[in-house]
Design a binder for this molecule. Structure first.
Ligand code: MV4
Length: 452
C-alpha cells in the first residue's frame, strides 16, 4: 500500500479522500491555493503545500506546482478527487513519468472515454446499447441527411463534450441549420473543438448511472445504480439516490450487466461510472466517467462499501476485496447537495462568508462538508458546501430522515440550496418516485406543501 498520498483537490472531496487514506494508514499531503489557506482540508492532512493563487489555472490545475509538491513531500501517489485534473489524461501520464501512481484508470482509458464520440463508438462496437445516431457530422447537409434517417426529433451533441455544452434538441428540418451553427460555436468556445454528432432524441428519459470498480487482474464488480434525474437546467445534479426507484427487475439487471460489459471492454481499473439514459425498460449508454463522483456516498450507504478505499487498493496493485455475490443492497439512500447558490435566481453562484453553520447528524445521516462558521467562500471554485446523505429502510424513510436533517441544517450569511431541497423532499411527485430529467426545470418550490 502507498506510504504517502498527495490529494490534488480541495473542500469536501479532499477531506473525504483524506479520511480513507488515514484509515489505510497512509500519510496525506494537501495542496491549497492562496484563497484556501483557512480551508479545513488543509488542517486535516499531515502536510500541506500552497500551489498558487486563487484562480484554478494557477493552483489546482497547475501541474508543475502539484507534481513538485508531490516530489518534495516524497508522496508515492496522487488522488485527483473529482473535477480539476481528475479526467486529464495528460496529467495521469505526467504522474507516471515522475514515478507517481495516479489513482484512477490508465491515461489511454481517460482519453478514450473523455471524447464522447469515441466512447460511444467503442461501446457500440462492444454491443453496449447506445442511442441511434450518426458519426461526426461534416456539414449541415450531413446533419440534414442524418436527421432524415433517424427521424425527428434529434439531438446535436459536441464530440469533445459532456455536461450538455454544445447540445441542441432539434424538432424540425427548418430548425436544424441554426441549431447546428450555435451548437458548433458553443462546442468550439468550450472545448476548442467544434465537431458535432447527432442522436435520436430520447424524450423525458431518466438519468441512471452504475458504479463499477475494476482491478488490474480483470476483476470487475458493480456497486449498483444511482438515479440522478433531479438536475438543474445547467445539467448539474441536485438530489441523487440509490437504488433507482420504479425500475423493473428486468431493467435493473440489464443496466448492471451492460455496465459490467462496458467496463470489461475498456479493461477498466479503478472506480468509475457508466451513465445511461433510461426510457421505460430501454437502456442507452451515454458517457463513462473515469473519476470518483460527487454522489458516490449514496452507493456506499446502500452497499456498505468505502469506494475511495477500494480505489486506493486497486491503484496500489491489490486485488479487489469485493465479490459480486457479497454486494447486496440494503435500504435506500438520498443525497442533497447544499450549494452556495440562489435557487430562485436560476441557481446563480452566491459569494460571502458563512456566519453560522449547523450541520445535522444522528442515525442514518452522513454529512461530507468542509463548511464552518467564519469560512469565506472564495469566488473561484465549485459552489458545493455540503453533501447531506440519509439512509433508510425504505425510500420514504430516507426522504423523511432527509427532511428532518434539513430542518436541523442552518447556514447563514450566504444563499444556499437548503430550502429548495426541503421543498423537493415534501413534493408529492418526488415522493412518488421515478421522476424524469424534466422534473427540476419544471419544479415550482412555491407550490410545494409548506411544512412537514
Ligand atoms: C440526451 C438526451 C436525450 N436524448 N441524448 C445531457 C447531458 C449530456 N451528457 C447528455 N444529455 C442528454 N442527452 C439523447 N439522445 C437528454 C439529455 C439531457 C439530460 C441527460 C441526463 C440528465 C439530465 C439531462 C437534462 C437535459 C438533457
Amino acid at each position: 500500500m502507498f506510504k504517502k498520498l498527495l490529494i490534488a483537490n480541495r473542500g469536501e472531496i479532499a477531506m473525504r479522500v483524506n479520511r480513507s487514506a488515514h484509515e489505510l494508514g497512509i500519510a496525506t499531503v494537501a495542496i491549497f491555493s492562496e484563497a484556501d489557506r483557512a480551508s479545513l482540508h488543509v488542517r486535516n492532512a499531515d502536510e500541506a503545500f500552497c500551489v498558487g493563487p486563487g484562480p484554478v489555472a494557477r493552483s489546482y490545475l497547475n501541474i508543475p506546482n502539484i507534481i513538485s509538491a508531490a516530489l518534495i513531500a516524497g508522496a508515492d501517489a496522487i488522488h485527483p478527487g473529482y473535477g480539476f485534473l481528475a479526467e486529464n489524461a495528460r496529467f495521469a501520464e505526467i504522474c507516471a513519468d515522475h514515478g507517481l501512481v495516479f489513482v484512477g484508470p490508465a491515461p489511454e482509458t481517460i482519453a478514450k472515454m473523455g471524447d464522447k464520440a469515441s466512447a460511444k463508438a467503442i461501446m457500440a462496437e462492444a454491443k453496449v446499447p447506445t442511442t441511434p445516431g450518426t458519426d461526426v457530422l461534416g456539414s449541415v447537409m450531413d446533419a440534414l441527411a442524418g436527421a432524415k434517417r433517424l427521424g425527428y426529433p434529434v439531438m446535436l451533441k459536441a464530440a469533445a463534450g459532456g455536461g450538455g455544452k454544445g447540445m441542441r434538441a432539434v424538432r424540425t428540418p427548418e430548425a436544424l441549420e441554426h441549431a447546428f451553427a450555435t451548437a458548433q460555436a458553443e462546442a468550439e468556445a468550450n472545448f476548442k473543438d467544434g465537431r458535432l454528432y447527432m442522436e435520436k432524441l430520447i424524450e423525458r428519459p431518466r438519468h441512471v448511472e452504475v458504479q463499477i470498480v475494476g482491478d488490474a487482474y480483470g476483476n470487475v464488480v458493480h456497486i449498483g445504480e444511482r438515479d440522478c434525474s433531479v438536475q438543474k437546467p445547467s445539467h448539474q445534479k441536485l438530489v441523487e439516490e440509490a437504488p433507482a426507484s420504479h425500475l423493473s427487475d428486468r431493467a435493473r439487471r440489464k443496466v448492471h450487466e451492460i455496465a459490467i460489459a462496458a467496463a470489461r471492454t475498456v479493461k477498466y481499473k479503478s472506480a468509475g461510472t457508466l451513465e445511461f439514459l433510461l426510457s421505460g425498460d430501454d437502456v442507452y449508454f451515454m458517457e463513462m466517467n473515469t473519476r470518483i463522483q460527487v454522489e458516490h456516498p449514496v452507493s456506499e450507504m446502500v452497499y456498505g462499501v468505502d469506494l475511495v478505499k477500494e480505489q486506493l487498493r486497486v491503484a496500489a496493485g491489490e486485488r479487489l476485496s469485493l465479490d459480486q455475490k457479497h454486494l447486496v443492497p440494503r435500504g435506500h439512500a438520498i443525497e442533497c447537495r447544499i450549494n452556495a447558490e440562489e435557487a430562485a435566481n436560476n441557481f446563480a453562484p452566491a459569494a460571502g462568508t458563512l456566519v453560522d453553520v449547523a450541520l445535522p447528524g444522528g442515525y442514518g445521516v452522513r454529512v461530507d462538508s468542509h463548511a464552518y462558521a467564519g469560512l469565506a467562500v472564495p469566488p473561484f471554485y465549485d459552489s458545493l458546501l455540503a453533501k447531506i446523505v440519509t439512509h433508510g429502510t425504505t425510500r420514504l424513510e430516507a426522504i423523511d430522515r432527509m427532511s428532518a436533517a434539513l430542518r436541523d441544517t442552518r447556514i447563514a450569511g450566504i444563499n444556499t440550496t437548503i430550502d429548495i431541497c426541503r421543498a423537493i423532499m415534501r413534493d408529492g411527485r418526488f415522493r412518488e418516485g421515478g421522476v424524469a430529467i424534466d422534473y427540476l426545470p419544471n419544479f415550482n418550490a412555491a407550490a410545494a406543501p409548506a411544512t412537514t
